[in-house]
Design a protein. Structure first.
Ligand SMILES: Cc1cc2nc3c(=O)[nH]c(=O)nc-3n(C[C@H](O)[C@H](O)[C@H](O)COP(=O)(O)O)c2cc1C
Length: 124
């Protein structure tokens, strides 16, 4: 775990508010694997673009075709303008546990407090 997904839904993350809200709404079932056909499997948020990519792969699409969907400039449109179906974004299944958009300080304070509780519980 590298908590990439959790950090997307923080005040400081440089992505559009629409996208942060969409990740808060997403459940653990709202991710999917794409780009396996080109040997670059990624788990992503299952939006329209991800599903389109999977459809293309099922029809033996080649890399240039897939890049029209998964290319970085499309992701930029999603990140900067909040167009939620413009591109794909990496996303772990842990997105289902993301329920709010704290600051990084709030998030890490919370993680530390939860860890202390767990350690305390183990010791008891
Ligand atoms: C915005 C974002 C970008 C990522 N970029 C990469 C990457 O460049 N290379 C990589 O191997 N994994 C990348 N990952 C995937 C993470 O390594 C990790 O496997 C994934 O997010 C699941 O873990 P998590 O639930 O802790 O986020 C990225 C994840 C996110 C959320």
């Amino acid at each position: 775990m590298i908590i990439g997904t959790r950090l997307l839904a923080t005040k400081e993350a440089p992505i559009h508010e629409n996208l942060k809200q969409a990740l808060v709404q997403a459940s653990e079932l709202d991710t999917m694997l794409i780009m396996r056909s080109i040997g670059a499997t990624h788990r992503v948020w299952a939006n329209t673009a991800a599903k389109k990519c999977a459809d293309l792969e099922a029809n033996q699409a080649d890399l240039p075709e897939l890049l029209k969907i998964v290319g970085g400039e499309k992701a930029r449109m999603m990140f900067d303008q909040g167009d939620l179906d413009a591109g794909v974004i990496s996303c772990g299944e842990g997105v289902g546990m993301v329920k709010d958009i704290p600051t990084l300080k709030e998030l890490f304070d919370r993680i530390m407090a939860e860890a202390k509780d767990i350690i305390g519980g183990l010791a008891a």
